[in-house]
Design a protein around this ligand. Sequence first.
Ligand code: UDP
Length: 477
Amino acid sequence: MEQTRVPHVVLLPYPAYGHIKPMLTLAELFSHAGFRVTFVNTEQYHDRLLGNNDVTGFYKRFPNFRFTSIPDGLPPDNPRFGIYIKDWFCSDKPVSKLAFLQLLMSPGLLPTCIISDSIMSFTIDVAEELNIPIITFRPYSAHCSWSDFHFSKLAEEGELPVTNENFDKPVKCIPGLENFFRNRDLPSICRDGGPDDPILQTFIRDTSATTRASALVINTFNEIEGPIISKLGSRLTKIYTVGPLHALLKSRIQEDSAESSPPESNNCVLSKEDRSCMTWLDSQPSRSVLYVSFGSFIKLGREQILEFWHGMVNSGKRFLWVIRSDLIDGEPGVGPVPVELDQGTKERGCIVSWAPQEEVLAHQAIGGFLTHSGWNSTLESLVAGVPMICWPQIGDQQVNSRCVSEIWKIGLDMKDTCDRSTIENLARDLMDNKRDKIMESTVQIAKMARDAVKEGGSSYRNLEKLIEDIRSMAFKA
Ligand code: UDP
């Protein structure tokens, strides 16, 4: 019977935690809306996800949800990091493409709609081959997405690569960013190579391919990026802004728990959380702690670690620092720790290898966030009303830190520096000297974010519309 058709959505994130996490949140929202969901990771991430989570419990809460995997085609011993995945990223990914096609053709799996990460354009070829509607997903800001659409133009106008010599030149060829962006604020790919750089060319190819999809879902909200979202809309068929997704999921689940006993949020993780930091935070004064984390992916040299450490200890501020087991480039571990750092940490610090970040940011003891400006971290801090010190390294992080410091004015940008005195000074500025001014906009923007995900808010309504549109695809199928 036509009326009882349950939509089936297949979601495929790019294999990196910062991409998987928001797409998984979107998948949970679909499942919560009664859709059947198939979530496809590459085999290595699938195994990590299943190894670190209670998947049986998850399936109980979301009975229509299935995790599955496809190979990435790389040899098993490839570390799948940085340069090691460059060739895969730049290729047509033939092994994954064939496996994805076969997966979709397996009995009973043909979906109503595919939701694919916007940098996995082989999925658009597959969708067209099978005549399945496809929507792309961007776990980045609209400002970054809009910059990506201008890589060809930047190359044509001889602006690439961005180098130390032209870092401070204003960006003139991206409408809407002229008054805010310098070359150093463009996505890091603009620094890496010239116009023929294979990664840049892959971004150009994948960004252009997204215009063939039925729509774009983006993890942002109209109230902070409205003008740029409108510009992006001129290039795409349709855009659904549904962010901040982590807050939207909480809002939907809380709303329903008032009425019945709905599925809880899953918070699937790829690393075990060390919750001892929550007990430590409980014993710290209100808004006194600087939370320091560089996300799931980037690496630091030992010298950089020591500069940060000296800067934090010298600032006299309390700090909670995530040092992942794979954070340090080269040798495992930090090596010998100078006695003054050891002492300063015992007095005022706490170090863990992975924290429950959303909970940490929501804790009353947290007064600031020293971050690498990944988009998930930025949104999580923004929702929690925690001002930031930004130390961007790769990808979209340079863009995000500029938005935080110059457009939204909810943080300080220490882009392209890494010395102990800058860190010490910025920690004091954020926590004391410049705090009142920064907190004015931080509180305002946090309210906008929370309002966007409440019933009737912009992202709340856009999710409803997206769900409705996918339902109508199921009826047409
Ligand atoms: N994260 C976490 N615990 C940690 C460090 C990071 O839960 O100790 C999460 C964080 O909440 C965020 C994600 O990891 O959702 C990192 O994503 P982001 O986009 O900020 O950076 P990426 O890892 O992609 O560089």
